[in-house]
Design a protein around this ligand. Structure first.
Ligand code: NAD
Length: 246
């Protein structure tokens, strides 16, 4: 029970990595806020799974790209949970596009969700994060490598790291630890567009020979959310099976 009595708000927790984080945190005693935008049915299932394991949490509907929706969502969470010990900026979107074909609206939407969504969540949550709290960002290996068909995505994930490092410095006097996780290729809906051939090719490129599991990212988030990481801030932990070592 690494998070007994803690409260955690997780964006985009209806499926994939966010779902795994919500379940892992709840298994360790946290009361979790499960944010979702449109997938209410999936979010309810996540809460159901948590409650079956005697954990607790609540659903939080809201588009993280909207400051107003995030403000409402945070207010609903705090009404019940009182404060936010742990904020996880997880929600994100990926749209495959070469830059030459990348429409401005797509660029803006990806930046609005992936990067400005972090601004909205941090801005609205910060007044409720006590000293000793945690902020975790789910970035990507593409923040370092770039992406031939995801300039918007890679830009948003690199920008997120600038925000993470800056908040780490600003919030260190309050012992609020701010870190990021940079996943490699994790087996979620975000890679659902892979053909069998693309999947095999990707697996052959990964030194550990397989895609990662959402739970393997959630375990690192658990470490960063817990007292075990008490002297780590401003850091990015890569969870990529050796695909990008730096
Ligand atoms: P996913 O598509 O399975 O889940 C994304 C989640 O974000 C969903 O719950 C979705 O409903 C939510 N979401 C999307 N837009 C939202 C919005 N505007 N407001 C609120 N919620 C919204 O993807 P995933 O693989 O679980 O990705 C989780 C995070 O991990 C993302 O930030 C993604 O960029 C990052 N990531 C994933 C991989 C991977 O290979 N799967 C690799 C690196 C980074």
């Amino acid at each position: 029970m690494l998070l007994k009595g803690k409260t955690a708000l997780i964006s985009g927790a209806s499926r994939g990595i966010g779902r795994a984080i919500a379940i892992r945190f709840a298994e360790h005693g946290a009361f979790v806020g499960i944010n979702y935008n449109s997938s209410e049915k999936e979010a309810k299932k996540v809460l159901g799974t948590i409650e079956e394991k005697n954990g607790s949490g609540m659903l939080l509907k809201g588009d993280i790209a909207s400051l107003e929706e995030v403000r409402n969502m945070v207010s609903n969470f705090v009404d019940r949970a009182d404060h936010i010990d742990i904020l996880v900026n997880n929600a994100g979107i990926y749209v495959r596009n070469y830059f030459k074909d990348l429409p401005l609206e797509t660029w803006r939407r990806v930046l609005d969700v992936n990067l400005n969504g972090c601004y909205n969540l941090c801005k609205c949550s910060l007044p409720f994060i006590p000293n000793g709290g945690r902020i975790i960002f789910i970035s990507s290996q593409l923040a370092f490598k770039g992406s031939a068909h995801g300039a918007d995505y890679a830009t948003s994930k690199a920008g997120m790291l600038g925000l993470m490092r800056s908040l780490a410095l600003e919030l260190a006097p309050r012992n609020i630890l701010v870190n990021a996780v940079a996943p490699g290729t994790i087996d979620t809906d975000i890679v659902a567009h892979y053909t069998e051939e693309m999947r095999r090719k990707r697996e052959s490129e990964i030194p550990l020979g397989r895609l990662g599991k959402p739970e393997e990212v959630a375990n690192v988030c658990l470490f960063l959310a817990s007292d075990l990481s008490s002297y780590i801030t401003g850091e990015t932990i890569n969870v990529n099976g050796g695909l990008y070592i730096h």
